[in-house]
Design a protein around this ligand. Structure first.
Ligand code: NAP
Length: 501
């Protein structure tokens, strides 16, 4: 079933070297290692494909997107089977994520058929206008060209080879070259087979989608440096995203880099809500914090509250709820060891004490809970950094004014959450405009780990949550990243793009 090769312009291509995946159990599979020549071949094919694919009709692209969704579903069992081995994620999660990945393609198919995303504008000619006539002006969004896509380890389907970035770029009319993630090459392999099958069925140029596996960071560097790549969609760590962003900015011709990075997603527990239902918020938090072994970019890592007996009770309830959670398998050995060292670093930081924690080993992890004062959190930047995994921190402010100071000090976040009752409305009204400047999504009385794929979703935020605060990587608005507006002045109708007539 697995091809073990790169997919480049419709051909399955091996290389001289191979690498092993690292399954949770069972024998490893070997996959081809990409070289700079593979990068060049894939990007050149994407540029060739753009000539036809970039000018294809919305109806043809919608049919292609739906065919990809069908092909992903047809391979559902195989994807889940290799996915469970490679990632340790349970069947229900992988089945659900595959449904989301297929759903994204169908959502984009509907979206481009409607056509609002083209943002068509028309200022008709005014030949008699004084002192100067006005020309005929029409505006429309057009695809940017070949797009490089990097997925993250923790969403092997929804943010990977055929995840949201790929769906958005293909919907826009942009060919895609995917840098396959080393943590799940088998999943990427089957997913690429799905896209290749849809390309064949729909008669699309084979250069429209390529997948490159393995190799070190130099492959990603070569991909974003390639002069024919016009934009990059990236989901992953702050360190990786920043390295690639800097390369994009330093190119002779800089290109946009849409990086969706890490976040600690603070929750603010306002006094009345904390007093009336602190224990149930604590239980909900423990569930959100440990879902998928805490490997979510929207994991609510920090709870901010004001000191007092309600804060003490919240801490006890959160520790109690976390103590009932069994050890979970992380995505890779290195993710688990990075989590352990992140916990150790925090626990040994000045003014931080452990509330709950158990030791764990190898790829297994158990939740950890630490606490610190608001004053200490404000004084130590390390405490605001993401530790990827099931780690929670309770930040105990001296009073509600200090909670507001903490909100003002936050770095950019994917989400911020308010837990509030009616009696908290005034404080919430003060916090909302502050949090608007910090996050892409603000929630009340919920937990941010589920991200709805729809028209109104924003999954992004000010740096370091993402590298472009004006963009989202989830939902239909994410298509905008791979489009650019073009004004057509006095262009005869015979040569205007069909969508503009
Ligand atoms: P990662 O280590 O940054 O890897 C993501 C991709 O970036 C991989 O393909 C990796 O390829 C590449 N990469 C990393 N460092 C690079 C470098 N210096 N130069 C070139 N390429 C580089 O991230 P991850 O561990 O897979 O994912 C976990 C992180 O993603 C967490 O921080 C999580 O919060 C974040 N995340 C964010 C979102 C979001 O939407 N904001 C969603 C999911 C996850 P190589 O194999 O070449 O290293």
């Amino acid at each position: 079933m697995l091809k073990h090769k790169h997919l480049i312009a419709g051909a399955w291509v091996a290389g001289e070297a191979t690498f092993d995946n690292a399954p949770v159990s069972g024998a490893a599979d070997q996959f081809a290692v990409a070289t700079a020549d593979h990068v060049d071949a894939a990007v050149r094919a994407a540029e060739q494909a753009f000539l036809s694919y970039g000018n294809s009709s919305r109806q043809d692209r919608a049919a292609f997107l739906r065919a990809i969704a069908d092909e992903l579903e047809a391979r559902g069992e195989a994807i889940t089977e290799i996915g469970m081995r490679e990632t340790g994620l349970p069947q229900v999660r992988l089945d659900g994520e595959r449904g989301r990945a297929a759903g994204q393609f169908r959502l984009f198919a509907d979206h481009i058929e409607v056509g609002d995303y083209l943002d068509r504008r028309y200022d008709g000619a005014l030949p008699d206008r004084e002192p100067l006539p006005r020309p005929d002006l029409r505006l429309m969004q057009r695809p940017v060209g070949p797009v490089a896509v990097f997925g993250a380890s923790n969403f092997p389907l929804a943010f990977s080879a055929a995840g949201g970035d790929t769906a958005a770029a293909l919907a826009a009319g942009c060919p895609v070259v995917v840098r396959g993630h080393y943590a799940h090459p088998g999943i990427s392999d089957i997913v690429a087979q799905s896209v290749a099958a849809a390309i064949k069925t729909c008669g699309i140029h084979p250069g429209t989608f390529s997948l490159l596996q393995g190799g070190d960071n130099s492959i990603g560097h070569a991909l974003v440096s390639h002069p024919l790549i016009r934009a990059v969609g990236f989901t992953g760590s702050l360190a990786g995203g920043r390295a690639l962003y800097d390369i994009c900015a330093a190119r002779p011709e800089p290109i946009p880099f849409f990086g969706e990075l890490g976040s600690v997603n603070p929750m603010f527990l306002l006094p009345a809500a904390l007093a009336s239902r602190g224990a149930s918020i604590a239980a909900g938090w423990a569930g959100s914090l440990t879902m998928g072994a805490g490997q979510f970019c929207t994991n609510p890592g920090i709870a901010v509250l004001a000191k007092g007996s309600d804060a003490d009770a919240f801490s006890v309830a959160a520790a109690d709820a976390l103590s009932k959670i069994e050890a979970q398998v992380m995505l890779t050995d290195s993710t688990a060891s990075a989590f352990r060292s992140g916990c150790e670093k925090l626990q040994s930081a000045t003014g931080v004490s452990e509330v709950f924690g158990k030791s764990c080993e190898k790829r297994n992890v158990t939740p950890h809970l630490v606490t610190t004062s608001g004053e200490n959190w404000l004084a130590n930047e390390l405490l605001s950094e993401e530790v990827f995994g099931p780690l929670g921190m309770i930040v105990v402010a001296s009073d509600t004014d200090e909670m507001i100071t903490i909100a003002n000090t936050l770095k950019g976040q994917l989400t911020c959450t308010l837990h509030m009752d009616d009696a908290d409305t005034e404080m919430a009204r003060t916090l909302l405009p502050i949090l608007e400047r910090k996050a892409g999504r603000i929630l009340a009385n919920g937990f941010p780990t589920g991200v709805e794929v729809c028209d109104s979703m924003v999954h992004g935020g000010p740096y370091p949550a993402s590298t472009n605060f004006g963009a989202t990587s989830v939902g239909t608005m994410s298509i905008r990243r791979f489009l650019r507006p073009i004004a057509y002045q006095n262009i005869p109708p015979e040569i205007l793009p069909a969508d503009l007539i």
